[in-house]
Each structure stands twice: as C-alpha cells, then as structure tokens.
Design a protein around this ligand. Structure first.
Ligand code: BV8
Length: 238
C-alpha cells in the first residue's frame, strides 16, 4: 500500500445496481442468456398488465413457478460480499436491485427492489401489499378490502418502477456507481450509469462478459459474480 497520499481516494458513497447475473449462481435463471426466462416465455403474455388482464391464471402460474424456484435458492458469495460491504464500509452503500428474488435480504443486505418482489402480493383495488402465499390464484381476495384483484407485487413492462425518486437522489450523491450482473437492456435501470456519470461518479461494471453498455463504464471487471464481487469488495474494504 503506497503512502497515504498515494492511496486512491475511498469513494464516500457507493451505489450498486444488481441484475439477474448476481443470482445466476444461486440457480435462478437469468432473462436473456441462453435458456433464459424470456427465451421460454413471451414477456408480453406473462410480464405486462395486458397479459395479466388477458389471462391472469397464466401469469399466476408463471410467478407461482418462479416463487417456488426462488424459495429453494440460497444466496451465493456475491450476495454475501455485498451484505458485508454494506455492513463494514465506512461510507454509505446503497443497493438497488432489478431482481425480484430476496437473496440480497437472505444474505443480510438491504435492497431497493425497483421491479418489486416475488415474495410480495398487492391489491390492484386498494394498493395493499402483503407477503405472497407460495401459490396465488386469480380469485384470491385481498386481505384488506376483499376485492378479487390481487396480483404479484411485481413491476411489469409498461409499469413505472418503484422508488425512482429515491433512486434519483442516490445517483446524484454517488461517488462510485457499480452495475453487477445486468445486461443493461431494460430501462430506466439501464440509464442509471449515464445519470451517475453526469453527476460525476466513477463507474464500474462487473459482469460475466462486457454488456452492451460496457463502453459507458470507466472500468469493466469480468468473471462470475461469485468470484468477481468478493474480490472487488475485498479491495474496497482493504
Ligand atoms: C417503464 C419484473 C415508463 C418482471 C422486470 C414499449 C412499451 C412499454 C415500455 C417500453 C417499451 N419499449 C421500451 C420500454 C421500456 C421498458 C424496457 O426497457 N423494455 C426493454 C425490453 C426494451 N421498460 C419498462 O417497461 C419499465 N417501465 O419504462 O415505465 C416510465 C419509466 C420511468 C418513468 C416514467 C415512466 C419497467 C421495466 C420492468 C419490467 N420488469 N422485472 C419479472 O422479473 O418477472 S425487468 C426484467 O429485466 C427482469 O425482471 C430483470 O430484472 C430485468 C433486467 O434484466 P437483467 O437483470 O439485466 O437480466 P438479463 O438476463 O437481461 O442479463 C443477465 C446479465 O447477467 C447478463 O449481462 C449476463 O452476462 C450476466 N451474467 C450471467 N451470469 C452471470 C452474469 N454476471 C455475473 N456472474 C454470472 N454468473
């Protein structure tokens, strides 16, 4: 380690965006890789409000299967490292995830779920949110208002992601922005790197291979998240 004056300035505030790649090694499929979720299902049928209105049973089947799969998944070393960073880093560490699984929480981290959560249900009539049962069905009544308009608490395509105002404030204050395991295909999340850059943050992408947005980052770290993220966290905590 060089003299203190040569040591790179520790970023005060780190903002991290994760995608499906951080949960891939926990056995949860990604969306756009070979064999990914969107290669098996038509997202217009199972991840849009129109799809749900057309065939709610099909959409519930889709999420019931993913909920059951996620229930058996365990956090991997990447989730653990991010929880350690959040607990031990001397500055603020904000974790924003596009994922709807609860593996960040299972590893002890706190995350902003901008696309909602598989383990939550909500009522389209009164807005109530509760812990989802493992299996949901179209005729389930809302525990608050009784309306049979319950749905997974998931942000579908065409719907506005959750906590965008809070996220905008975090991006404004970020000294370092990291995108981990995301293909950068879905907006507005894919636009966060440009927003953080505009506010003067340094940016790094950690991905199995460079994403389509890699050129927008100051630094690119390759390899599987279960290896690259713990090494990256060790450097930040070192
Ligand atoms: C919005 C919940 C307006 C569902 C998701 C036409 C009509 C309507 C909207 C649009 C339109 N055209 C474009 C849009 C915007 C649209 C969009 O971006 N579409 C894309 C397809 C072009 N976006 C929206 O609709 C959003 N809402 O725009 O509202 C608005 C916005 C702001 C303000 C006012 C109004 C809502 C988008 C949310 C949709 N819901 N999730 C569910 O999960 O069932 S998004 C969906 O993609 C997934 O859920 C996932 O979360 C997300 C991102 O995917 P990734 O996480 O990146 O996963 P992916 O498979 O793509 O990539 C995996 C990566 O991991 C790869 O890079 C791979 O290399 C890497 N990897 C793999 N293994 C590893 C690894 N890395 C490390 N280690 C490994 N081992």
């Amino acid at each position: 380690m060089g003299a203190p004056s040569e040591r790179p300035e520790r970023p005060g505030k780190i903002v991290i965006l994760t995608g499906a790649g951080v949960s891939a090694e926990s056995g949860l499929g990604t969306f756009r890789d070979k064999g990914g979720v969107w290669t098996k299902y038509d997202l217009n049928e199972v991840a849009t409000p129109d799809g749900f209105a057309r065939d709610p049973a099909k959409v519930h089947d889709f999420y019931n299967a993913r909920r059951a799969n996620a229930a058996g998944a365990r956090p991997n070393a990447a989730h653990g490292a991010l929880a350690r960073l959040q607990a031990e880093y001397p500055g603020e560490v904000v974790l924003i995830t596009q994922n709807v699984d609860a593996l960040h929480e299972a590893a002890g981290a706190r995350a902003i779920h901008m696309h909602g959560r598989l383990d939550e249900a909500c009522c389209a009539a009164c807005g109530a949110v509760w812990t989802a049962p493992l299996q949901m069905f179209p005729q389930d009544p809302c525990p608050e208002c009784g309306a049979q308009e319950t749905r997974p608490n998931i942000v579908w395509f065409g719907e506005i992601p959750q906590e965008l105002d809070t996220i905008a404030l975090h991006l404004e204050g970020a000294d370092l922005f990291a995108a981990i395991g995301t293909s950068g295909q879905v907006y507005p999340a894919a636009g966060f790197v440009e927003e953080a850059t505009r506010w003067g943050a340094r940016t790094v992408e950690l991905n199995l291979e460079p994403s389509d947005l890699a050129r927008l980052f100051d630094e690119q770290i390759g390899g599987p998240a279960s290896e690259s993220v713990p090494a990256w966290v060790d450097r930040l905590l070192g």
